[in-house]
Design a protein around this ligand. Structure first.
Ligand code: GLA
Ligand code: ZN
Length: 683
């Protein structure tokens, strides 16, 4: 079920169930939403106890009335399935729906997002209400999509989940001998005699079998997906064919989103950057990278389903967004391929744990607030640029981001338990490309990589079966590979590869990692350029945390270490392989290195981004495209107005002022006919 819309979604989570005794407020909300340019709300996310106040007794009238009223005023509904929080009667009558934690304690009723996703009763109860909702609302013209549950995550260690885990393992390994082999259970004499003996990892039990830990994480994703399928199936049984989404989260470690996304028709995510904690541009890079990851999960448009209009009350400090930042944040979602920018929440709650969470309409309840005005400005802009809806982001560059590899790497015990700084390394790569205006996709090891020109493997610890071969073919056919230290170390069950690493790519890279040095936080080494190197690098850069010591097997050194007993050993190398080139970055280099290295490498490889011009500090440039047009989106996340580098040829302005300097937090969009661009490349 493809999601297609002619408009960019604007609106947010709306909780009318908290205001059923105030019809005046409900009426006013709709008026205010219209004034703020809202066209969509998410409803019913936490409404189960009102939708089904007693087992089997459903009350949908109030919801229908609200959906009708919204629809009559041009506002669509993303309707939730209510499983994110269950009614008290359900927990009391069927305690098996409550989660059991790692220490094997069953939780009491309370909080949310904490049901057992294996429990047949929970599955049955959610299926029943989903089916009823689908029958009732599935063909309502005002309902455009299903919002499945809420922020799925966490794990349950109850007996039902243990049984399902054992079944999953049996299916995966066939025999207990094979499982023992793959998990290396002879270590510390932890060998299993049968599948029945297996328990999920626990702080009061097993934590040292990395194969078990990894498979448990995989199982949690599998079981969550299985649960989700059950929810979706019930909606389909109720007759609805509407697309489904669920709200994903920022670099969420608990679930493999590449897998989960397969069950969704469209990806959406909850965006809560800590603006003003550091320079706004820094946050913009990190947030932009997460948008790109979300878009990459399905390689399709996604949308921002939640974000806070002002300060977020669960973060350490409730920082106000400075004027303009709400607008920029919303537009950044669109720039990176989003089909909408929505908020949590439309109206601020009066009590309980989110009463101080920012909202479009705050406790004061009127339009003359700074936040409301900025929301309205955003709504207007989204309407104005709506022709961009449905256009795509295309990238020449892909960075490997693989949940399995990351899980295994973070659990691996060595070479640096004080922090591998993986996220920072990803960001350093990402910024190197983005500063030049390259769009960036993320791929996991199962994704198709053939269409990219550049593939980066930052700390790709695990090489799954077949992956090295895929990368080899990529380079053979002319691809540019950038590998780093701590790649190709372990297999799919986290057993180390024998015979040298990076496993399966030593000939492609022309190098073997002999040893890796972990550095103390205060230590550093240097990467020193060799004279007349192919990239013309001339500066020395600092490196920290991890230094790989390479044996060169054909690769040419480009930089070498500046100190320690491995002074003079290669720190950056290149190897020609097939029609392509394979680069090896041996240490955790500082940001400045990545910027220069990537800039020179792109030039050396004769690649150009969408703009063949320098992009000023603080400016983000992203492109979206249709068959006919290229849209250039410029956003100023810096500290002063900047001149925007326009593409050559004739452009048409869609938003903003192209001739003047772009003020801080503002945006310009221009469009250009595609043939013009192609002509320019041919010339
Ligand atoms: C999450 C949830 C919402 C709300 C917000 C608050 O994103 O999905 O229900 O709690 O956080 O920021
Ligand atoms: Zn369970």
């Amino acid at each position: 079920m493809e999601f297609k819309t002619q408009k960019l979604l604007h609106g947010g989570d709306y909780n009318p169930e908290q205001w059923l005794d105030r019809p005046d407020i409900l009426e006013k909300d709709i008026e205010m939403m219209r004034e703020a340019g809202c066209n969509t709300v998410s409803l019913g996310i936490f409404s189960w106890s009102i939708l089904e106040p007693q087992e089997g007794i459903y009350h949908f009238e109030w919801l229908e009335e609200i959906i009708d009223r919204l629809y009559s005023r041009g506002i669509s509904t993303i309707l939730a399935t209510p499983s994110g929080a269950r009614p008290k009667w359900l927990a009391d009558r069927y305690p098996e729906v409550l989660r059991v934690d790692g220490e094997r304690r069953r939780q009491l009723f309370g909080f949310r997002h904490n049901h057992c996703y294996t429990s047949p009763i929970y599955r049955e109860k959610t299926a029943m209400i989903n089916k009823k909702l689908s029958e009732h609302f599935g063909s309502h013209p005002g309902v455009i999509m299903w919002h499945l549950s809420n922020e799925l995550g966490g794990e349950c260690h109850c007996p039902l989940c243990q049984e399902a885990f054992r079944g999953w393992l049996k299916e995966k390994y066939g025999t207990i001998e094979e499982l023992n082999r793959r998990w290396s259970t002879t270590f510390w004499s932890h060998t299993y005699q049968s599948f029945d003996q297996i328990e999920s990892p626990s702080p009061i039990g097993e934590t040292q079998l990395h194969g078990l830990n990894l498979d448990w994480k995989r199982f949690v994703t599998h079981q969550t997906m299985d649960y989700l399928k059950n929810e979706i199936q019930a909606l389909r049984e109720g007759g609805s064919t509407l697309p489904v989404t669920t709200n994903l989260m920022y670099y969420f470690q608990q679930l493999d989103y590449f897998k989960l996304a397969k069950e969704l028709d469209i990806v959406s995510w909850d965006t809560y950057p800590t603006w003003h904690k550091e320079a706004v541009m820094e946050t913009a890079y990190d947030n932009g990278m997460c948008h790109d990851l979300m878009r990459s999960l399905k390689k399709k448009p996604f949308f921002q389903i939640e974000s806070c209009p002002t300060s977020t009350n669960w973060q350490g400090v409730s920082k106000l967004k400075k004027p303009g930042v709400l607008f920029s944040q919303s537009m950044q979602a669109i720039a990176h391929g989003g089909e909408g920018a929505m908020y949590f929440q439309i109206r601020q709650s009066r009590g309980a744990s989110e009463k101080f969470h920012g909202a479009v309409i705050d406790h004061y309840g009127e339009k003359d607030t700074r936040v409301f005005q900025e929301v309205a400005k955003t709504g207007k802009a989204l309407r104005q640029i709506s022709e961009i809806a449905g256009s795509e982001v295309k990238s020449q560059v892909a960075i490997v981001y693989d949940w399995d590899s990351q899980w295994a790497m973070e659990d691996s015990q060595g070479p640096r338990n004080k922090g591998l700084h993986y996220h920072e390394v990803l960001l350093k790569f990402y910024r190197g490309f983005r500063k030049l205006g390259y769009n960036v996709d993320f791929v996991d090891m199962d994704c198709e990589i053939g269409g990219y020109k550049v593939l980066a493997l930052p700390m790709c610890y695990m090489f799954k079966e077949g992956f090295a071969q895929k990368v080899r073919t990529f380079v053979e056919h002319g691809g540019i590979l950038i590998n780093t230290y701590w790649s190709g170390i372990a297999d799919e069950t986290d057993r180390c590869y024998l015979g040298g690493t990076p496993h399966g790519l030593m000939d492609v890279l022309g190098a073997r990692s002999m040893e890796i040095d972990g550095l103390y936080d205060w230590e550093e080494n240097q990467m020193v350029p060799l004279e007349d190197n192919v990239l013309g690098l001339s500066e020395t850069y600092q490196c920290k945390y991890l230094c790989d010591l390479l044996e060169l097997r054909g690769a040419k050194p480009v930089m070498v270490y500046g100190s320690d007993f491995y002074q003079g050993y290669a720190a950056l190398t290149v190897n020609a392989y097939g029609a392509g080139e394979a680069w090896y970055v041996a240490a955790d280099a500082e940001q400045r290195f990545y910027e220069k290295f990537i800039e020179r490498l792109m030039r050396h490889s004769r690649l150009t981004g969408v703009l063949d011009q320098e992009i000023p500090q603080g400016l983000e440039v992203t492109t979206r495209e249709t068959d006919e047009f290229l849209y250039y989106i410029y956003q100023n996340f810096g500290t002063k107005p900047v001149k925007i580098p326009l593409p050559q040829g004739k452009v048409e302005v869609i938003h903003g002022e192209q001739d003047e300097e772009l003020p801080v937090y503002e945006m310009v969009i221009v469009k250009k006919k595609k043939e013009d661009t192609e002509n320019r490349h041919d010339a």
